[in-house]
Design a protein around this ligand. Structure first.
Ligand code: 0O2
Length: 221
């Protein structure tokens, strides 16, 4: 890559990145509204935490080179769909799909692609629900549509993924077989825990409803 071309491209990229930053703000606001409203209606908070990140210009360029993508902003915009990323961590498995449906039913969000690694976990045990969505960003003189990668998972899945990610990079993508097996076992334990927590959550929900009904009746006397 020609060094001058690389430098000017890097500058252009910094401006280009602004749209993605605004896109992330929009989605973060949407998530915050859902969270507050859900808390108000259901008396519990389905979202444990939300993290968003923008790819750095360097990592966009690296990915473009690695994937043999044309080094132009138009190509980056079309081909690199994880420039903006948001990760939502939920308490319970069912919350993942509730949050996902709530976001995807919003009119300005267009669902481009889904990878459900919960229904179809990866070979290494990785689980998470991934969506690529497209949203409009209203700039001063134009509307830009940007892609955002959305990852939704439980706390337990997130715990597993962050450890696996660390190990993956520590061993430079070549994890020893013993650790691979242990990670798979840990992934099975994660699935078991998520199932157990979901069942308890359902039971508590049913109990809460019973109490509420009793309360309602007692008001009549
Ligand atoms: P980072 O540093 O988190 O951004 P792509 O190569 O992105 O065009 P891909 O890989 O088919 O397309 O997309 P996919 O499968 O939806 O995965 C994208 C992101 O999911 C990854 O981004 C990770 O964040 C996460 N992910 C996917 N597989 C695994 C896994 O096996 N373990 C862990 N810990 N995370 C995973 P990046 O860009 O790889 O990394």
């Amino acid at each position: 890559v020609d060094i001058n071309h690389y430098k000017s491209l890097k500058e252009e990229l910094t401006r280009f990145m602004m749209c993605y930053k605004f896109g992330l703000s929009e989605i973060n606001t949407k998530i915050d509204i859902l969270k507050q409203e859900f808390q108000y209606i259901n008396e519990y908070n389905p979202i444990e935490h939300v993290r968003s990140r923008l790819k750095t210009p360097e990592s966009i360029l690296k990915k473009a080179i690695r994937k043999k993508i044309d080094l132009s902003l138009t190509s980056f915009k079309q081909e690199i769909k994880d420039i903006a990323g948001i990760r939502i961590t939920c308490s319970f498995l069912s919350d993942i799909y509730i949050i996902s449906d709530m976001l995807n039913s919003q009119k300005d969000i267009k669902l481009i692609e889904t990878k459900d690694y919960i229904k179809n976990p990866k070979e290494n045990g990785y689980k998470s629900l991934h969506h690529i969505i497209e949203i409009p960003v209203f700039m001063s003189d134009r509307i830009e549509h940007v892609y955002v990668e959305l990852q939704i998972r439980t706390i337990a899945m997130d715990f597993w993924a962050s450890l696996e990610h660390k190990i993956f990079y520590k061993y430079n993508k070549d994890i020893p077989k013993r650790l691979t097996n242990e990670l798979k076992e840990a992934a099975a334990a994660v699935a078991e825990l998520d199932k157990k927590m979901e069942n308890i959550h359902i039971e508590v929900g049913a109990l809460k409803e019973q109490y509420n009904e009793k309360d309602d009746i007692s008001h009549l006397y």
